[in-house]
Design a protein around this ligand. Structure first.
Ligand SMILES: C[S@@+](CC[C@H](N)C(=O)[O-])C[C@H]1O[C@@H](n2cnc3c(N)ncnc32)[C@H](O)[C@@H]1O
Length: 494
């Protein structure tokens, strides 16, 4: 079926979080549902032009499941898209009639978050929340501020979350009957973002994951939209027992493209003892490399006596103290732009960032005493080959008593002081290895590396890290050389 072209201005599109699903992706999502009951009460929240319900209807009309009645409930806030939505629903009605399925639909031109939160909280006199057997959803994505109306509405039913999309999913979960199914396409950020931890707990407690699908390209899933997030599709069932195994599939997102599927033990997707409940999403090839590096590692950062923190210099808050060039009254200030092939190049005269920060004997809560520190970038551009980039800060190269690390980088330290050099060099090799990068990509869909991610990683023991460190004689090692060095020592310690 062809949907009429929708032209929504960019600013309004962003406000509404409106990114419409391309038909092949919608069909693929509909194909992910398991067996359906004869009567399906279907929810399509944030329905847009109705492509998801339309794809669901097509699946049912192919009579794979013996569905006889579809009662569709659709929520859509954008008044300008409602005519197209109604038209799509009439086409669905017609196709269902031809397939001998009774199709009814109700379009609510209302705010799904406000209405369902109120109904679930029991605030609306005499109206009970509806229940659904199936939900298909591409929810709107937009951050919701701590005091926004959406946040307050969600909080009233015990949902604390910072994005519209997780708010939608949390509400839909509550509206499903036990055994009810949801197929959703969302950004991958909820899988490991620290702010999404309460959402992940809620999600994994009440929904059994049945399948996850990842796209190899960021933009594959959406028509003409520059969607910067990586997306995943999940199929989940309302219930309380996660499966022993989970199928992860991936494709490029191009129509007709081959889909690769791999089955993983569920304990490799969500580690049973992980308090953060990260959802790891391996792909077949990277899985092998990551597994080879990480298997059997048990040492925590804390047991190595190390801590990781985010750089304390938040530059826009300390504007008056920043200096382009170092002077007698300043100390070095390090940004990611000072990273230079494994070590630090400072000062950088052509840098757009300041090189120094004033040190005027005030308390120095944002400075650290000079020493050997291992630094990692918090953000990498999506063109960069690696997500995890580690470099060594060497006090012999940058002479100073104190040093400032800017907020766009993380630094490993020992109670606020530098590390022993060999250990730092071992960590340098380990973190820059392909296996750790691949491992990291399994659960991080975006380009940010949070201190929490590195804090919860498992590391080789101290002896192994030091043995690696002894062998790092220069910083211009190729990726192959780093990988060989790390693999050799990990094999030796197993
Ligand atoms: C990401 S789009 C997806 C549209 C459609 N489901 C699809 O897949 O093509 C999300 C839709 O949710 C709508 N929307 C945004 N906020 C909403 C709200 N609070 N209640 C209901 N709909 C909302 C937007 O107007 C937009 O059409």
């Amino acid at each position: 079926m062809k949907l009429a072209a929708i032209e929504t201005p960019r600013s309004r599109q962003e406000e509404l979080g409106q990114f419409l699903t391309a038909a092949p992706v919608a069909d693929f999502m509909a194909s992910m549902f398991g067996p359906l009951p004869r009567t399906v009460r279907l929810l399509d929240a944030g329905a847009g032009a109705g492509s998801l319900t339309s794809a669901f209807v097509s699946r049912c009309c192919e009579s794979r499941d013996d569905v006889r009645i579809i009662e569709a409930t659709l929520y859509e806030l954008d008044g300008e898209i409602l005519d197209t939505l109604a038209e799509t629903m009439r086409e669905c009605e017609q196709r269902c009639a031809e397939a001998n399925i009774r199709f009814t639909f109700t379009i609510h031109a209302a705010d799904f978050i406000q209405e369902m939160s109120a109904r679930l909280a029991g605030d609306l006199f005499d109206t009970y929340p509806p229940t659904f057997d199936a939900a298909i959803v591409n929810p709107p994505y937009r951050k919701i501020g701590i005091d926004s109306a959406e946040r307050r509405a969600l909080r009233s039913i015990g949902v604390e979350t910072s994005n519209l999309y997780t708010g939608f999913i949390a509400l839909i979960q509550r509206l499903l009957v036990p055994g009810g199914q949801m197929v959703g396409i969302t950004p991958r950020s909820f899988c490991n973002g620290p702010y999404f931890r309460p959402f992940r707990e809620d999600f994994l407690m009440h929904l059994e994951l049945r399948r996850l699908h990842v796209f190899e390209s960021r933009q594959a899933a959406f028509r003409n939209d520059s969607v910067l997030q990586e997306n995943i599709i999940f199929h989940a069932v309302k219930g309380w027992n996660q499966p022993a195994e989970l199928t992860i599939s991936s494709s490029s997102g191009e129509p007709g493209d081959a889909i690769t599927e791999t089955v993983f033990p569920f304990t490799e997707i969500v580690h049973p003892r992980d308090p953060e409940k990260f959802i790891h999403i391996p792909s077949a090839a990277s899985h092998a490399t990551a597994k080879e590096t990480m298997d059997g590692l048990r040492t925590s950062l804390a047991s190595l006596g190390l801590t990781i923190s985010t750089g304390r210099v938040v530059d826009f808050r300390l504007k008056d103290a920043l200096r382009k060039e170092p002077g007698r009254d300043t100390v070095p200030l390090l940004y990611p732009c000072h990273f230079n092939g494994g070590t630090v190049h400072w000062p950088k005269s052509d840098a757009r960032k300041p090189n120094a920060i004033l040190d005027n004997d005030q308390p120095r809560p944002w400075l650290v005493p000079s020493g050997v520190y291992l630094l990692t970038k918090r953000f990498t551009s999506k063109e960069e080959r690696r997500r995890l980039v580690a470099c060594l800060f060497d006090p012999d190269e940058v002479k100073a008593e104190w040093v400032g690390f800017e907020n766009h980088l993380n630094y490993f330290h020992v109670s606020g002081h530098g590390l022993e050099r060999t250990l730092a060099l071992g960590l340098f090799a380990f973190l820059n290895s392909t296996g750790v990068d691949q491992y990291f990509r399994r659960f991080s869909g975006h380009t940010q590396v949070n201190a929490t991610d590195l804090r919860t990683l498992a590391y080789p023991d101290r002896d192994t890290l030091e043995a690696m460190g002894h062998e790092v004689k220069s910083f211009d090692l190729s990726q192959d050389e780093i990988d060989q060095l790390v693999t050799k020592h990990l094999h030796a310690c197993r």
